[in-house]
Write a protein that binds this ligand. Structure first.
Ligand code: HEC
Ligand code: HEC
Ligand code: HEC
Ligand code: HEC
Ligand code: HEC
Ligand code: HEC
Length: 429
């Protein structure tokens, strides 16, 4: 009898213990992703070479089979490189770029990053059109998050089953004890007709189901990392990065109105009437699936679209606008104006769109959720000028009260929130 109880307890505890352990593992993989995004993703992707090499499969390369050397490298790349020909070679291959030292990362944290990288690498590159591996922000993020919710669902179910078993065991033990004490047993009710079980199960299904439905509904139409394949392989890295063409040259609408706009093929022709081949100044170009891009062939597609005959140097009049796939899409009930942010607010394109000038293929950087807009409005200060007499942004001259408060020294800053940035009707039609 006593033995029974002890056994049951032991089994239950070890089951719970393993569950907790698996939570623990998950948490450290999550950390790895976060550490990677914060520290490494500006230069490394899992699948693609950026400023630094693609990190996928790194544990099988060069000196990195020895984890100690990997720690040493991350803690002090310059020091490590002095005695190591492999990394000297890498530096040459990456145009002399030097990796930053991360002396403060612990060995555990580096392990977490490497685990995350290798796990993502094993899962393979996400297919184009679906999740899309972002060049910058940390690999197969979308896939990872889906994994998580499934995991939590399964864990919840397991916990529920454990709870049920515990209840059953408890009642059985009680019955045994009652029998020993000579208390007459009553006819047991099978568990599927027992009211408390039915209530419990209904409740669990309700909560779990509700959670997934709400989560799914809110996420509908949201697509961080969305990276469709475009009709022409047009690289922002080549144009805005390597060749330093201003964003506004092509997206001038951003200064004046709601939309930044995608340039028409005429804009491309301003340059490509003469630039008819890609000489590879910015290095070789690759698609998400790893196939190499022939830049010159891609430029020929501009000629087809504009109806330009490069042989006769004349327009044939038989062009058709390029059908770019739109990446960023807010729902119809939201009002968003680029001019308000770029022109009045002086917010950088990169704050909302990521480092476009480093992307070959554009992907959606921010999730465009309401929380994303609101958080920024809560924390971003608008330029109201200082106490030293400078006027600040003329756009705000109507807010006399705040200007007076700043002059009087009772207020030192104004956030977007203060000028009404959290009011529903400002963003919703
Ligand atoms: C400022 C850019 C930059 C950042 C940030 C950066 N790296 Fe690097 N990394 C490089 C470059 C460039 C190389 C190639 C060697 C060189 O030139 O220094 C490299 C090489 C490596 C290598 C060797 C890769 C191979 O193929 O053998 C590893 C491992 C590595 N980095 C890990 C990391 C980790 C982990 C982080 C984040 C904690 C990180 N790097 C952050 C630029 C960076
Ligand atoms: C030479 C012209 C050109 C320049 C310069 C340029 N872009 Fe673009 N941009 C395009 C074209 C064409 C597309 C559509 C194809 C694509 O998505 O890659 C595009 C797409 C985009 C998109 C995605 C739009 C969508 O569909 O939601 C963003 C965001 C963007 N550009 C931002 C920038 C930023 C920021 C810069 C400056 C760092 C910049 N662009 C410079 C031509 C240009
Ligand atoms: C405050 C955040 C923010 C800033 C700053 C910003 N954008 Fe956008 N951008 C967005 C949002 C949100 C959308 C989606 C708009 C929609 O669907 O109506 C978008 C869409 C776009 C598009 C797709 C076409 C369009 O206009 O809908 C392009 C191109 C673009 N942005 C380029 C730029 C460029 C270039 C800059 C800098 C000059 C810039 N953006 C600055 C948030 C921003
Ligand atoms: C201000 C000048 C300029 C404009 C405008 C311009 N390009 Fe380019 N484009 C370049 C230069 C410079 C190169 C690089 C040539 C080289 O490295 O040999 C290039 C290269 C390319 C390439 C080959 C490399 C790659 O990115 O795949 C393609 C394709 C291309 N451009 C498409 C376009 C399209 C489409 C447009 C219009 C949306 C456009 N370009 C507008 C200057 C321009
Ligand atoms: C990176 C920060 C940032 C993000 C993200 C951002 N905003 Fe803003 N927003 C600003 C700033 C700064 C201003 C103030 C500029 C001004 O006075 O117009 C502003 C102003 C506005 C205003 C005018 C508010 C007023 O009181 O006049 C609207 C409307 C607005 N944003 C809508 C949006 C929407 C919708 C989104 C999300 C799709 C968004 N913003 C995301 C920074 C941001
Ligand atoms: C700074 C801009 C901004 C303000 C202020 C704002 N919203 Fe939103 N709201 C958005 C954006 C952007 C979306 C689209 C989110 C998406 O597609 O996931 C949205 C979506 C919604 C939705 C649809 C559900 C969802 O999450 O997609 C509701 C309902 C909503 N907002 C209500 C409100 C109410 C009520 C207020 C005032 C308390 C408000 N909003 C203020 C930007 C804003």
């Amino acid at each position: 009898m006593i033995d029974h109880r002890a056994n049951v307890k032991r089994t239950l505890f070890s089951a719970l213990f393993f569950l907790l352990l698996s939570f623990g593992n998950k948490i450290s993989a999550q950390d790895g992703k976060a550490i990677f995004s914060d520290n490494c993703a500006s230069c490394h992707s899992v699948f693609k070479d950026l400023t630094g090499p693609a990190l996928g499969g790194v544990t099988a390369r060069g000196p990195w089979t020895d984890r100690k050397k990997l720690y040493a490298w991350v803690h002090n790349p310059a020091g490590f490189m002095q005695t190591d020909p492999y990394t000297q070679g890498l530096k040459q291959k990456f145009g002399g770029a030097m990796m930053t030292a991360f002396a403060s990362l612990s060995e555990k944290e580096i392990d977490a990053v490497i685990d995350y990288v290798e796990k993502t690498f094993k899962a393979g590159p996400p297919t184009a059109g679906g999740g899309g591996a972002p060049a910058g922000a940390g690999g197969a993020q979308v896939i990872d998050e889906k994994d998580n919710s499934i995991l939590y669902g399964v864990l919840t179910l397991i916990l529920a089953v454990v709870a049920l078993i515990m209840l059953q065991v408890n009642s059985n033990l009680k019955k045994l004890a009652d029998e020993q004490d000579g208390i007459p047993a009553y006819e047991p009710i099978p568990f599927y007709r027992n009211k408390s079980y039915i209530t419990l199960i209904t409740l669990i299904l309700f909560v779990v189901g509700g959670f997934f439905i709400v989560k799914g509904a809110i996420g509908l139409g949201r697509s961080t990392n969305y990276q469709p394949e475009q009709p022409i392989y047009y690289s922002h890295k080549v144009h805005a990065g390597q060749n330093q063409i201003s964003c506004l040259y092509c997206h001038g609408g951003a200064m004046e109105g709601k939309h930044a706009n995608i340039p028409s093929v005429n804009v491309c022709m301003n340059c490509h009437m003469t630039i008819n081949e890609y000489t590879g100044t910015a290095g070789k170009l690759y698609r998400e699936d790893g196939t190499e891009v022939n830049g010159t062939e891609e430029i020929k597609k501009i000629y087809a679209a504009s109806g330009w005959d490069p042989a006769t140097k004349k327009y044939t009049g038989k062009g058709q606008e390029i059908a770019w796939t739109k990446i960023h899409n807010l729902p119809d009930h939201v009002f968003f104006s680029h001019a308000q942010h770029v022109n009045a607010g002086k917010v950088q394109c990169q704050t909302c769109h990521g480092e476009i000038q480093k992307m070959d293929e554009v992907y959606q950087f921010a999730d465009l959720s309401m929380g994303w807009c609101i958080n920024c409005h809560r924390t971003t200060k608008v330029n109201f000028g200082g106490k030293n007499g400078d006027e600040g942004n003329k756009f705000y001259s109507i807010y006399k009260k705040y200007h007076d408060e700043i002059k009087a020294g009772t207020r030192d800053s104004v956030t977007v929130n203060d000028i009404g940035g959290l009011e529903c009707q400002k963003c919703h039609y």
